[in-house]
Every structure is written in structure tokens, then in C-alpha cells.
Design a protein around this ligand. Structure first.
Ligand code: NAP
Length: 271
């Protein structure tokens, strides 16, 4: 990362306060994204949501639809997905463990949001190495082939910390997520990598977003899935979100996000 940016200087100031974070204003639901769609920068743009049936993915679907995007949901089981996501989305059946199922899913897609997550405790074959790394890599490669304009990946805080307790508890999940991030970085796609703290099923838009870069240790904080989704949807198609990786947790109650300063404030990943 470019260490010379004002943003990281701000981070080092807050680190001195023991926070290693920046306070940014709170998440209005996808307002900027809606403006972009309406202004013609993304008319009827198609967003493929991977992990659409998951907690975060469902929120991404809801907010992308509310912002005027056409939404295609990549699901493993359409009959199970439809009651969760409704009839306003297009369904495409695929499994990131089977790359051959992804080409068709990505045809005509402008943007991808991946909120995929492994669940090896329920499905042993669906382990982090195969989903959080292999699945993300396959999806990014298929997206690159299909000419996708921007890929937003939900990763996790802590991915650069091999000794993190989540690695011990869940088959090195964070390390595999970092490899998934790197596969996306290597794909040639425009990308944004969002690394949330602990996810909560709570309404979004109630608090600001505390954002940081460099995956600082010792952050014990969470964020509603709806606010993670708002970051993902608002990132779509933004040049100032390209090649950016950042961590997010909830900020101050009652604050709202100014999305332009939110994304512009991050340093881009080094090449
Ligand atoms: N939990 C936390 O506190 C936390 C913190 C930071 C980051 N994260 C990360 O944030 C992301 C979203 O988490 P979440 O809890 O909202 O997700 P989630 O509810 O666990 O949903 C995971 C999604 O991935 C899909 N999926 C799993 N294996 C798949 C496969 N082989 N092919 C296609 N789709 C597959 C699932 O589909 P099915 O419905 O078919 O199973 C589901 O839609 C995950 O990457 C997670 O690791 C979580």
C-alpha cells in the first residue's frame, strides 16, 4: 500500500490513540449507488451475487435491487433460494467448487459481489481451502473471462494474522481467505476487498463505519451484515474503490456515510 497517503497518516494518528482506525460517516442504504444507476453510469447494470442466500448476500441482493440494479443470484439450490430472495431476481444455479458451472452464470454480468463463505462444519467438502480460496479464485477467473467491470469481495478482518484464533477453530479459514483475496488481485479485474469484523444480524444504517487499513491486531468489534452490504453495493463501479482493501466495523451511533470520501480515503493496494 502507498504509505504516503494522508489516510494512512490519519491511521497512524489514531493508532497512537490505540484505535488504528478512522471514523467515517455512517451508511445510508445504497443512496450513491442508486444515483449512479439513475444518472446513466449503471443503467440496468447486472450484478451477480455469489453467496446470495447467506446473511450478507441476502442484504446485498435487497440493497442492489433497491438501488436499481438487475440482480442475478448464484445459488446452489433454487428451490431453497426463491423463498429467501423472491421473484425480483434472476436465478442461476452454480457451485464454486465446480468451475464449469460459472461461465454461464457470468454471461452479461457487469459487476460481481461475492459474499461466499465456507461451512465445513455442516458440509465437510465445503471447506475454506475449497470455497474461500478455490471458489473465489474460480469465480474471479470466470469473471475476468466474462469481462466483468468490478468485483467486490467480502473477506474478513484478521486474514493477515496466521495465529488468529479463527484459523485454529476453522481449518485456517483466514489464511485461505487471504489466498482468495490474492487470487482476485491477480485476476486483472477491478476489485474492492471489504474485510468486516464480526458480523451481526441487525438493522443497518444506525451507526457510522469505522474503517481502517493494514489489518491491525486487537480490534474486537463487529458490524451489521446490512452495513457490510451497503459498502459493497456502494462500491460497485466506482473508480475510487478500485484496488482497495480495507477493514470495517461499526462506528459512532447516528453518523452517516459520505460514500465519496469513504472510498477516496483509502490507499490503493501496491502493484
Ligand atoms: N461470521 C462472521 O462474524 C464473519 C466475520 C467476518 C467475515 N465473515 C465473512 O463474511 C462472508 C459472509 O458471511 P455470512 O455469515 O453472511 O455468510 P453465510 O450466511 O455463511 O453465507 C455463505 C453463502 O455462501 C454460499 N456458498 C457456500 N458454499 C458454496 C459453494 N460451494 N458454491 C456456491 N455458494 C456457496 C452459501 O450458499 P448455501 O445457502 O447454498 O449454503 C451462502 O449463500 C463470509 O465470507 C464470511 O466468512 C464472517
Amino acid at each position: 500500500m502507498n504509505q504516503s497517503t494522508g489516510f494512512l497518516r490519519m491511521l497512524s494518528m489514531t493508532a497512537a490513540l490505540g484505535l488504528a482506525s478512522a471514523l467515517l460517516a455512517g451508511p445510508a442504504v445504497a443512496a450513491d449507488a442508486a444515483a449512479a444507476v439513475k444518472s446513466g453510469t449503471g443503467p440496468a447494470a447486472v450484478v451477480l451475487v455469489a453467496g446470495a442466500t447467506g446473511g450478507t448476500g441476502r442484504e446485498v441482493v435487497r440493497q442492489a435491487l433497491a438501488s436499481g440494479y438487475r440482480v442475478r443470484a448464484l445459488v446452489r439450490d433454487e428451490a431453497r433460494a426463491r423463498p429467501l430472495l423472491g421473484d425480483a431476481v434472476e436465478y442461476v444455479v452454480g457451485n464454486v467448487l465446480e468451475p464449469a458451472t460459472l461461465g454461464r452464470a457470468l454471461q452479461g454480468v457487469d459487476y460481481v459481489v461475492s459474499a461466499l463463505g465456507s461451512n465445513s462444519q455442516k458440509e465437510p467438502e465445503n471447506r475454506p481451502e475449497r470455497v474461500d480460496y478455490g471458489g473465489v479464485k474460480s469465480l474471479a477467473e470466470a469473471a475476468s473471462k466474462a469481462g466483468v467491470k468490478h468485483f467486490v469481495l467480502v473477506s474478513s478482518m484478521g486474514v493477515t494474522q496466521p495465529d488468529h484464533y479463527l484459523n485454529k477453530a476453522f481449518d485456517n479459514i483466514l489464511t485461505w481467505k487471504l489466498k482468495g483475496e490474492d487470487a482476485l488481485r491477480a485476476s486483472g479485474l477491478r476489485y474492492t476487498i471489504v474485510r468486516p469484523g464480526g458480523l451481526r444480524d441487525e438493522p443497518g444504517g444506525k451507526a457510522g463505519i469505522r474503517a481502517m487499513q493494514g489489518d491491525p491486531k486487537g480490534i474486537r468489534a463487529g458490524i451489521p451484515r446490512a452495513d457490510v452490504a451497503a459498502v459493497c453495493v456502494n462500491a460497485l463501479g466506482r473508480a475510487d474503490a478500485d484496488r482497495k482493501t480495507f477493514e470495517i466495523v461499526s462506528g459512532v451511533e447516528g453518523e452517516r456515510v459520505d460514500w465519496a470520501s469513504f472510498f477516496a480515503g483509502f490507499a490503493a493496494d501496491g502493484r
